[in-house]
Write a new protein. Structure first.
Length: 475
């Protein structure tokens, strides 16, 4: 166990492990500290150091330490006030790590202290709760370095690489690039007797959807989500604070929703709804609201899959809806027939089309049905009767490249002239909050809209009871 931990925690260039193990080691505690050619400030600067770098102590002169820098393969002098001698006992090292971890800008020093602890600890300590705490600290520091977008990022990434941490870059849907810590330390935390909060952090860190390639095939995405679900099951909910529990439940709900779409599975859709229902909204920090909204959109997109899906639907006036095979195995065709079995409309798509969501207005002139072409993205199809025949229009969650979101039927206004629609989306890096719209059925243009359904009289009077009781738009 110790050998494995040293490999992940201590990977200084050249003889770094030897530096911790043999001669005394000093850690740089000040960014921009100078490595001087002699023991005076007026001497030439050999190098500018970054907080957290480890140097081997060779001697002392006045208030300076004579040191050797293995990475640069040169010696020099460092002021004593700019260094911290590495303690030889794990108790002191762990105390110093706990003190450094919360400090903004202390990432490099924290990594060095964690590496020193791993070098000094016994196999029993590394395999116990203290070892789990140190690896959790390594992971958290790695995440903070990855999230740093300031001018010090390059230096921090360099220091982290010398301590064995690896980072990957992933292109995002909005065109940006995200740097992610590869999570090796977090993976080990899950197999150690770590605190529940540490296991929760580890599970959340290595199951982030934005830290994986955007080029994954559908089969690879499905395998990735199945793996994510297995990881999240290893993080217990017991022993967590309310906000930590919420974070884990939100991730579980989102992963279950993705798997429900990928597997076309009713039970997984029901699981996603159940996990989301366990979230306590009063225990949500402001920083978690974006994740809460994203999980709600992803889960709401699959809520119709949780219901039994009939092979066909027959309405009171004789209209019939059915799903038939398309040209390819992935394609299916929504077919609308009249009472005489004449085909009125046929639309083919690779989207999931839950017939349970279909609803016909009282006048028999329009029909609304949900269609989900992508994970987390559900559209509303509106079928309408016209003099030239039936037509179908697609209402997406937003007029943007698909991301997360839903557009859903919320009710019919008597008279056959209006439809109520609710939508929410996050696409192209922009979040569009919940919108409740009263639309003209002939043009599908908004007549009235609000962020609150109670502000619209039509929603108060004509909102569909099934929508009101099940939609996460009303969370």
């Amino acid at each position: 166990m110790k050998t494995i931990a040293i490999v992940i925690g201590v990977a200084l260039a050249g003889a770094a492990v030897q530096a911790f193990a043999a001669n005394p080691t000093v850690l740089v505690v000040q960014d921009g500290a100078s490595l001087r050619a002699a023991a005076r400030d007026s001497s030439p600067q050999q190098a500018q150091l970054v907080r957290g770098e480890a140097l081997e102590v060779r001697a002392e002169r006045l208030d300076w330490l004579q040191v050797w820098d293995y990475r640069r393969e040169r010696g020099g002098y460092l002021r004593k006030s700019q260094g911290l001698l590495v303690a030889g006992d794990t108790t002191t090292l762990l105390a110093q790590l706990r003190l450094t971890l919360p400090q903004d800008g202390g990432e490099g020093l924290g990594l060095a202290l964690a590496a020193a602890y791993i070098q000094a600890a016994t196999p029993a300590e590394l395999a116990g709760p203290a070892g789990g705490e140190v690896l959790d600290a390594l992971g958290r520091l790695g995440e903070r370095i990855a999230a740093n977008t300031g001018p010090k990022r390059a230096g921090l990434l360099d220091v982290a690489a010398r301590y064995g941490l690896h980072f990957d870059s992933y292109e995002q849907g909005d065109g940006g690039v995200r740097v992610c810590y590869d999570g090796d330390a977090f993976r080990r935390v899950l197999s150690l007797p770590a605190a529940p909060s540490a296991k929760a952090r580890a599970a959340l860190a290595i199951t982030r959807a934005d830290c994986r390639p955007t080029t994954l095939t559908p089969a690879q995405l499905q395998a990735s989500d199945d793996w994510r679900a297995g990881v999240l099951e290893h993080a217990p909910l017991d022993g967590l604070d309310g906000y930590e529990r919420n974070r884990l439940l939100l991730r579980r709900a989102g992963v279950a929703a993705s798997r429900a779409f990928e597997h076309r599975d009713n039970a997984l859709a029901a699981q996603a709804l159940a996990e989301f229902a366990r979230v306590e909204a009063t225990e949500l920090p402001e920083d978690d609201l974006a994740d809460y909204n994203d999980a709600a959109m992803r889960v709401n997109a699959v809520r119709w899959l949780a219901l039994p899906q009939p092979a066909g639907r027959r309405f009171g006036n004789g209209f019939q809806l059915a799903l038939e095979s398309g040209v390819s195995t992935a394609e299916q065709c929504l077919t609308l027939r009249d009472a005489k079995d004449h085909v009125l409309l046929r639309k083919c798509s690779v989207a999931v089309i839950p017939l349970a969501s279909a609803t016909l207005n009282r006048e028999g002139t329009a029909l609304a049905i949900a269609a989900q072409p992508l994970d987390g993205w559900r559209e509303l199809w509106v079928l309408r009767a016209a003099p030239e025949g039936w037509t179908v229009d697609v209402l997406p969650p937003a007029a943007a490249s698909p991301g997360l979101g839903y557009a859903e039927f919320a009710g019919w206004v008597p008279g056959g002239q209006q439809i109520l629609v609710a939508s929410e989306s996050r696409a192209e890096g922009r979040y569009a909050s919940r919108r409740f719209v009263q639309m003209d059925l002939a043009t599908l243009s908004a007549q009235r809209q609000s962020t609150e359904p109670k502000a619209l009289g039509a929603f108060q009077r004509w909102a569909d009871p099934g929508w009101s009781g099940a939609s996460l738009a009303l969370r």
